[in-house]
Design a protein around this ligand. Structure first.
Ligand SMILES: [Zn+2]
Length: 306
């Protein structure tokens, strides 16, 4: 779908819901795609003929189909490139070692290398197809860089917090902001389940997006073009989810919950998904981020039992 002259959205499969995401395509002298998680068939018309792939961050739903573009230069923010170097660093940055230890990462790596696209009861994060793009990034970009595709020029807006190198993209002439994982249309709320995530930075970065002189906002996981006013209202509701989670955590701590109890409660993800090891990692990391934040703010004074 052409959003504005020569700028197209490739909406992700399943309405862009995780583990898919939207891509933005710029049909200019330098043919450019931002993020490659829309779906395998969504990229068939390009026959791999794209010059530049820009990843907004290292998460698997945004980098998944980089491997289809073997002739393209692939770039990512300098703070996220290490996570893309190999599977081990990828899993570590996501928090795999923190939650299950380094041996678990070795086991996971072995398993996905032998799975060859077979379905696992552990879900998509055990399917090797998802990981073909890791280790295939060529270069980095930095905060504030301007990217010229020929006639269309856009700016890199570093919006850390979701991941250390998470970026959004501002097209000043088109008044457009691709706000990537500020998924204001989802009731899930913000995600900060990587070891490199930072809750307070995520909130600060949201303000950066609103301060842009943009009229239109698009994100990675729904199919809406928001006017600034609507995006701004939705963004506030989106960030309020953090406070709701925090309150729930505090209430449960009052009742005597240990860290382990909190991680098993299904505060972020539904309890029924916690048997999935990767979901368990993200749930645990997010709970730990909240506990650390409560301690830093001086709200949590007792030492919690693990
Ligand atoms: Zn993400």
């Amino acid at each position: 779908m052409e959003v504005i002259n020569k700028i197209y959205m490739i909406w992700g499969d399943k309405c862009g819901r995780f583990p898919f995401s939207n891509s933005l395509y710029i049909d200019d002298k330098i043919k450019t795609i931002i993020d490659t998680g829309a779906g395998y068939h969504k990229y068939s018309k390009f026959n791999g003929e794209v010059d530049l792939i820009i990843n907004s961050h290292y998460h698997l739903d945004h980098i998944r189909y980089n491997y289809l573009f073997s002739n393209a230069e692939i770039i990512i923010h300098e703070s996220d490139i290490s996570a893309m170097q190999d599977l081990n660093k990828f899993a570590k940055t996501y928090g795999g070692e923190l939650v299950f230890g380094s041996e678990w990462i070795d086991k996971w790596e072995k398993e996905i290398s032998s799975q060859a696209n077979k379905h696992s009861s552990q879900g998509f994060v055990y399917e090797s197809e998802y990981f073909k793009s890791i280790g295939k990034v060529h270069n980095t970009y930095s905060s504030g860089d301007k990217v010229s595709c020929g006639n269309i020029i856009f700016e890199i807006v570093h919006t850390p917090g979701h991941s250390a190198g998470h970026c959004s993209f501002f097209f000043p002439e088109q008044n457009l902001c691709f706000a990537t994982d500020y998924n204001v249309g989802s009731s899930f709320g913000p995600w900060y389940g990587g070891e490199d995530s930072d809750l307070d930075l995520l909130i600060q970065s949201a303000k950066k997006l609103i301060d842009l002189d943009a009229k239109y906002y698009i994100n990675s996981h729904d199919q809406q073009i928001y006017y600034k006013k609507d995006f701004s209202t939705k963004l506030e509701e989106f960030l309020e989810v953090i406070e709701v989670r925090e309150k729930q955590i505090l209430d449960l701590i009052e009742k005597g919950y240990s860290v382990k109890d909190l991680c098993n409660e299904g505060i972020i993800y539904s309890k029924k998904y916690l048997y999935l090891e990767w979901v368990k990692i993200w749930e645990t990391v997010m709970i730990i981020k909240h506990i650390n934040r409560l301690e830093e703010k001086g709200i949590l004074k007792c030492i919690l039992k693990w």
